[in-house]
Design a binder for this molecule. Structure first.
Ligand SMILES: Cc1ncc(COP(=O)(O)O)c(C=O)c1O
Length: 395
């Protein structure tokens, strides 16, 4: 039966390829194949025990069995306000925060609330695919700005400046960045802030990897630049920092008036975020933080193993990223059509990766691998990729 009742706008909504590749990889596993999972942006770490215990206690408290405030528990928003004020060095109050099931809804709600049909939205490419998907969904024009390997996957800043038109409504930035692991420098943020202020542009700053940062790198938030807090939506969450991807807990920090509209979108869609999960979030922010440091140290160890391992494979070159938990190796010298490479690696060698183009047109010539799973899968993936690429050279 043809779906003749589908709304036009659904044709404009995109998706995340990582989930499609996961399905393909799991189908192979169900046939008995061993797969090194490097595709999905999830962590192989367990949620810290103190957070799990807080959730168990919260289940026993009947106050958590009911609807709660649409913007989130006051106690959680107080903890978030304290955390953001401290880490971003800005003064944030509870009315500027909306808690959501995961950070993703802030992306969706933020674009829905600020961007009109026909507006232009500038965003990083390669970049998290949901940005472009939602920009298209609301009938706005996506304006991709390339991130360049030569500058450690930062913006082509002149191209960004040149992309601003009178129709530009929003600039989306993401640092540390998925899929490249790149981070934006304060100098980049200053240029973007200047553009935003002069042209009355809203900035959506996706900072979900703010705590996952290596070596001497420092996370900088554009909201810390004078004049920017009042035009920035910070997207943050618990998924990455506390290994809580499946719990679904995130939040946005934004001007108070906008927070009221985003809260209305919560009322219209979710009513509220689950109370038990919010209670776990309070413990995550207020409880001991050692687990975060330990996880980041382990991720750094894995980053070094995967970067060194990939660079040892002939035809692959890979930058050493300073944040997040992804690598974005350049595979243009591998003697195979780059679009066929992920399927070749998956079906012939049992390594699940994503094509760089899953993150936009400027991802051409790259693969994305997530190294947050297990060290065992990293080792397997490296060994198998080496064999797979050597086999191509022989062939
Ligand atoms: C850049 C970026 N933003 C947001 C998200 C979504 O985070 P959450 O699980 O909190 O919805 C992800 C998840 O992969 C991401 O990579």
């Amino acid at each position: 039966m043809s779906m003749n009742f589908l709304a036009e706008r659904m044709k404009r909504l995109g998706t995340e390829t990582a989930f499609d590749v996961l399905v393909k990889a799991q189908a192979l596993e169900s046939q008995g194949r061993d797969i090194a999972h490097m595709e999905i942006g999830d962590l192989g770490f367990d949620t810290p025990q103190n957070i799990c215990n807080a959730a168990i206690e919260a289940i026993k408290d009947s106050r958590n069995s009911h609807y709660g405030p649409a913007a989130g528990y006051l106690k959680l928003r107080e903890a978030i306000a304290e955390y953001i004020s401290k880490t971003r060095k800005i003064d944030v109050n509870v009315n500027e925060i909306v808690v959501t099931p995961g950070a993703k809804p802030i992306m969706f709600f933020g674009i829905l609330a600020c961007v009109n049909e026909g507006d232009e939205v500038i965003y990083p490419n390669p970049g998290f695919p949901i940005y472009e998907s939602v920009i298209n969904f609301v009938g706005a024009k996506p304006v991709p700005v390339p991130l360049l390997e030569e500058v450690d996957f930062r913006f082509d800043i002149q191209r960004l400046v040149d992309s601003v038109t009178p129709k530009t409504k929003m600039i989306i930035i993401n640092s540390p960045h998925n899929p490249t692991g790149g981070i934006l420098l304060k100098s980049d943020l200053e240029v973007i802030a200047d553009l935003a202020i002069k042209n009355n542009i809203v900035v959506m700053s996706d900072e979900v990897y703010s705590q996952i940062i290596y070596d001497d790198a420092k996370h900088e938030s554009i909201a810390s630049i004078p004049g920017m807090k009042e035009r920035t939506i910070i997207i943050e969450g618990f998924s990455k920092t506390y290994a809580m991807t499946g719990w679904r807990l995130g939040y946005g920090v934004m001007p108070e008036e906008l927070a009221q509209h985003i809260t209305k979108l919560m009322v219209n869609s979710n009513s509220c975020t689950a109370g038990v999960i919010q209670s776990a979030g309070i413990e995550a922010l207020k409880g001991p933080q050692e687990s975060v440091g330990k996880m980041v140290a382990e991720l750094k160890r894995r980053r070094d193993v995967i970067v060194d391992g990939l660079n040892a494979i002939e035809g692959i070159s890979c930058k050493r990223p300073l944040g997040a938990f992804y690598v974005f190796p350049n595979v243009t010298k591998v003697p195979m059509d780059f679009m066929k490479l992920p399927d070749y690696l998956l079906y012939e060698y049992g390594v699940a990766t994503l094509a760089g183009t899953a993150f936009g047109e400027y991802g051409k010539g790259y693969l994305r691998l997530c190294y947050a799973g297990t060290m065992e899968s990293i080792m397997k993936a490296l060994e198998r990729m080496d064999k797979a690429i050597k086999a191509l050279k022989k062939g």
